[in-house]
Design a protein around this ligand. Structure first.
Ligand code: EPU
Length: 337
């Protein structure tokens, strides 16, 4: 596991931004992690831990050490009606989903085709079509940078929120996720309430869906709405859906009666950032080498050769326009480096 200087990150971020890391190292076991952290190079350089690179925008070369977690493996550790499946942090997320669907383990099917790796799933509590990681996570293990020890976190320890966890909060930069265990079930409790899933199942004439049916339908919905990062650089939703208080929402609703909204914890209201952005005329807009996706305004894309600076400036323009029209401040979901 050698340290490599001046390493291109172009193929390691789904936005396809062409930047270099001053130093790069790849780890495939927990023992590798220990070895890396025994090196003085780690103390001398700032550190960026990379999984699938599917939720980040590089605006410049990374002047430090990029550590790619490549720890693989999918293992069933308990069988019954409930099935506990443990996956290495570097396992590609959708490979895990396909494995579980093929074996009849229910719980991850709504999360089909999300780009990225297993290790990122608890960090930002990935979610789609009515299911979040917090609904299925049993525990995860993580390497503590300060001590070199592997610690286990229960679901409660992870302090999950909407696209949030303790690993993005007070433990940021302190741990590296090494594996995640999911509690799945052989008795499916299918979540098809998210509008588009039911509509698509009906359209296909499927009255009693299986896990595979739900997975296929979710895949079809994603493909129809979201650009495929292997052909068009993107990092999924660029912004979070904003959550505002009821009073601010009531004011907005009187001016924009058809504004999509969903109940959020603590009596707050979640808005659809994609709708707000589309109402500002940005949907499908091309701005130099960047723009928003034609079928989903919440997704910023690299049409080829975009720099991270260019995408970032375009996102500033969107934030400012939405703020002026709706008085709502969009927050980036994507990590900026
Ligand atoms: N909408 C528009 N115009 C758009 C996009 C959306 O009007 O250009 C409206 C839709 O019509 C709908 C509402 O906004 O009324 C919500 O849209 P959608 O169902 O597409 O989902 P989203 O809220 O935009 C979230 C997640 C996605 C996830 C989908 C499906 C966030 C930030 N994004 O998007 O996650 O796939 O729900 O569950 O929560 C990601 O995090 O990278 C991601 C893709």
């Amino acid at each position: 596991m050698p340290f490599i200087s001046n390493y291109s990150l172009k193929n390691l971020n789904t936005f396809g931004i062409d930047v270099n890391a001053k130093l790069y190292v790849d780890v495939s076991t927990e023992a590798d992690l220990k070895d890396v952290f025994a090196s003085p190079l780690v103390k001398e350089n700032k550190l960026l831990v990379l999984g699938g690179g599917s939720n980040m925008l590089f605006t410049k070369d990374y002047d430090g050490l990029v550590l790619k977690v490549n720890i693989k493996g999918i293992n069933v550790i308990q069988q019954g009606d409930d099935v506990l499946v443990t996956a290495g942090a570097g396992e590609v997320w959708d490979i895990l989903v396909k494995y579980c669907v093929a074996h009849g383990y229910a719980g991850l099917e709504n999360l089909t085709l999300i780009p990225g790796t297993v290790g990122a799933s608890p960090i930002q509590n990935i979610g789609a079509y009515g299911v979040e990681i917090k609904d299925v996570l049993e525990s995860c293990t993580a390497f503590e940078i300060a001590t070199g020890e592997i610690k286990t976190f229960s679901k409660a320890d992870c302090e999950f929120g909407y696209r949030e966890s303790i690993f993005k909060g007070k433990l940021k930069g302190k741990y590296i996720i090494t594996s995640v265990t999911y509690r799945l079930s052989k008795i499916p409790n299918l979540q098809t309430h998210y509008g588009a899933i039911n509509t698509e199942l009906e359209r296909r004439g499927i009255a009693n869906p299986t896990i595979a049916d739900v997975s296929n339908v979710v895949a079809a919905i994603r493909v129809s709405k979201l650009p495929d990062p292997s052909t068009i650089g993107n990092a999924g939703s660029f912004f979070k859906n904003p959550v505002i208080d009821q009073q601010s929402f009531d004011k907005l609703l009187s001016n924009f009666p058809d504004i999509p909204h969903y109940p959020a914890p603590n009596g707050r209201v979640k808005l659809a950032a994609g709708w707000l952005i589309e109402q500002c005329g940005f949907k499908g807009m091309i701005d130099g080498h960047t723009g928003t996706w034609k079928n989903q305004a919440l997704v910023l894309v690299n049409h080829g050769g975009a720099t991270g600076q260019e995408v970032y400036r375009f996102s500033e323009k969107i934030i400012e326009t939405v703020r002026q029209k709706f008085g709502v401040l969009l927050e980036r979901e994507v990590n900026i480096f």
